[in-house]
Design a protein around this ligand. Sequence first.
Ligand SMILES: Nc1ncnc2c1ncn2[C@@H]1O[C@H](COP(=O)(O)OP(=O)(O)OP(=O)(O)O)[C@@H](O)[C@H]1O
Length: 242
Amino acid sequence: MLEIRGVSAGYGRLEALKSVDLTVAKGEVVFVVGPNGAGKSTLLKTVSGLMAPSAGTIAFNGETIAGEPPERLCCRGLALVPEGRSIFRTLTVEENLSVAAMIRSDRDAAAADRERVLDLFPILRSRYHGVAGHLSGGEQQQLAIARAILQRPLMMMIDEPSLGLAPLVIDQVYESLRQLNADGLTLLVVEQSTARILDLASRIYVLRNGHVALEGAACDLADGHALEEAYFGYGAGRAAQA
Ligand SMILES: Nc1ncnc2c1ncn2[C@@H]1O[C@H](COP(=O)(O)OP(=O)(O)OP(=O)(O)O)[C@@H](O)[C@H]1O
């Protein structure tokens, strides 16, 4: 579904991504993990059209998308939940969901999807008329994911869904991601910590200093130290599979 080949991107003279190869197949949950400054957010910004790559190719569903603006990618079925959640804090939950669904012309299906996200995140139903800025961090994360679902994506990219959340709330957010994936949504998730990803991940990429330091199936990385070694940059890790 997503094929990234030799992608580099950066800020002025700083090259934050250095010839990155990454793929996501339909139905997969692919995690990209790495320490601070590894280039994880830059990767999502580049795929979602917020930044243009300086080299390489990006294809989504077999079509080249590198350099396309975010609004066009959104219509192609690529949704981003950015770091910091990007909700309208002064609007109510209902208004946040309405704005997210504005790109939809299929009103009945959009209304059905709204019911579905309210079933998936019951707390949003109980806070439906409340101001989004008054929600807790976990509730805001759920609202941000709900907004992305209303765009009817084929693939959702999420930047650090567990950032700043209590362990119990992270469990809830991860459970909702598991349900969305079981319903057919393909996921590309960035996390700084590897702590909780193994149960949900199909495959994992470790990014360090803008390079892919390791790539492998979650079941192969669950035991042993390869993941830890690649993350912290000690030991050889396993060579990245192109
Ligand atoms: N707007 C920017 N202007 C200049 N440099 C930036 C900018 N955003 C990120 N960088 C730099 O690019 C590199 C990669 O940053 P990026 O945010 O992609 O890393 P990250 O892996 O997402 O880190 P974190 O987990 O801390 O969010 C870092 O060296 C960072 O300082």
